[in-house]
Design a protein around this ligand. Sequence first.
Ligand code: SF4
Length: 325
Amino acid sequence: MPALLKAEGLVKHYDVETGGFLRRSRVPLRAVDGVDLEIQPGETLGLVGESGCGKSTLGRVLIRLVPATAGYVEFDGADVLRLDPRALREVRRGMQIVFQDPFGALNPRMSVEETVMEPLLIHGARRSAETHAEVGRMLEMVGLPDSARHRFPHEFSGGQRQRVGIARALILRPKLVVLDEPVSALDVSVQAQIVNLLSDLQGELGLTYLFIAHDLGVVKHISTRVAVMYLGKVVEIGEKRALYAAPKHPYTQALLASVPVTHPSRRKRGGQARLAGDIPTALAPPSGCRFHTRCPHVMDVCRTEEPAMRAAGPDHQAACHLLPA
Ligand code: SF4
């Protein structure tokens, strides 16, 4: 089956001014620095990495919310980065985003009805009995009462606000939804409810998800495959079970070691090194393997040669010199 979304050599650099008054210069911040990936129809690709690794930027570039610097993105057969504005608007119906901060993402002066209906109006619908009814259907789908339509964002809890954000993203019946840390700002007790809701909606509506998170624990249950990102690059990607059972990249291993394990019988990851230090700046990424400044297995070759993606098993790849070429 052809991929619903495909990216090749995707790059997003921001020009950043550095230096003092007399030595000011512009250098590229390499937020996304050569990413290839595919998302199959109906699957959830989890995209995981620490803050500042470029995962949110990647999500936005994939759906052209921000322009790419270079590369190729294909969605449902369309060459996304080269569409003219009219064609882009049409393709946009099929790819929507849910943001991390449900409060910041909603206009405080717009009622829930206005918020959820707005994408329909932007795409040419007129306010009518049908759009009114469609808002009601969406509210029901996300578990909110119809009376919620007359209320405003500040009247809701974080979880309820995120339900409004999901209803807004789904009202155009997209094929692909980018979920940009949709539960990171919520209480732990509410996170599972929202993940379960997203999972149910995926089954009901046949959705495909890119689920962005900074924690491998959050995406474990909902993902079909998982991609791990470090300093602008995907360093490991694979089928979920294989990646969690036998992570190949030392960065993935460290991320997994930092996931809280509640069940005593599963507390066997203690031998794996946890992450030390902060992620280096994307203004001057380390040479060779970008993880070499923090890797417990670093070798001389890692400092000079960037590792290419290598097969680590069926539907499982990682970019590390420890793997056989
Ligand atoms: Fe560590 Fe070297 Fe593998 Fe990079 S290439 S993750 S530094 S062992």
